[in-house]
Design a protein around this ligand. Structure first.
Ligand code: BG6
Ligand code: MG
Length: 216
């Protein structure tokens, strides 16, 4: 029986994906790298440093660890400037309804995100105190597809992994949920992932009650 819903943040609750893309694209331009949306989609769900490695696959140049750290820092500062524009208007359609409906059914709700900017983003969209628990990139040593962030979220909610439904838009996130022994609702880009238990284009007009019936 499902007793908790764990939401990914970027691309599920809020549309920060475009800002990630713009910030990586700007860094790529400085390095003379042609960076596409397809490359960007492989960065979904994975940590900042792993995302940088995806970008650097596109160049023959080699860099020291310190240089890589400086690049990631630079991307993050471009990204933070873009995040400054965030407001509750950028909460994705259906996300709050889905969370509210979950609560009304007696489910606990949490965020499980690889992003170290999670507290800042939640503040900008007015949801700092909204969830029963938050686990994010600041809590973990291993990013999705490792299940660590979701397991920490479940622990903070005091529920067993098998009682959790994870909502994800990234293949890495669906894999993390399954590796953690949880159910996975795959949205958008992750919809084709064979490991998903449930699939939808987005949370818009989606009913948790109906999905739970589907899970049986
Ligand atoms: C995830 C994004 O939510 O957070 C990834 O899907 C991103 O693309 C990761 O790399 C880390 O984000 P941040 O904010 O810590 O750089
Ligand atoms: Mg995501």
């Amino acid at each position: 029986m499902i007793s908790a819903v764990i939401f990914d943040l970027d691309g599920v609750i809020v549309s920060t994906d475009e800002y990630h893309f713009q910030a990586w694209k700007e860094l790529a331009k400085e390095l003379g790298i042609d960076f596409s949306r397809e490359d960007n989609s492989r960065q979904r769900g994975v940590s900042r440093m792993e995302s940088l490695e995806v970008l650097l696959e596109k160049t023959e140049q080699t860099f020291s660890n310190d240089e890589k750290l400086a690049m990631a820092e630079k991307k993050n500062s471009i990204y933070r400037d873009l995040l400054d524009r965030l407001s509750p208007d950028q909460i994705l359609p259906g996300a709050l309804n889905f969370a509210e409906e979950s609560r009304k059914l007696g489910l606990k709700i949490a965020v499980g995100s690889s992003s170290r900017n999670t507290p800042f983003i939640l503040k900008k969209i007015g949801l700092s105190d909204y969830f029963d628990a938050v686990a994010d990139g600041n809590d973990i040593q291993r990013s999705k597809p490792d299940p660590q962030v979701f397991l920490i979220a479940a622990e903070r909610l005091a529920v067993r992994p098998a009682e959790c439904l994870v909502v994800e838009d990234a293949d890495a996130g669906v894999e993390a949920a399954k590796a953690g022994g949880m159910f996975a609702l795959a949205l958008g880009a992750a919809k084709g992932h064979p490991g998903a238990d449930l699939r939808a284009d987005s949370l818009e007009r989606l009913s948790i009650e109906k999905l739970l019936r589907e899970l049986g």
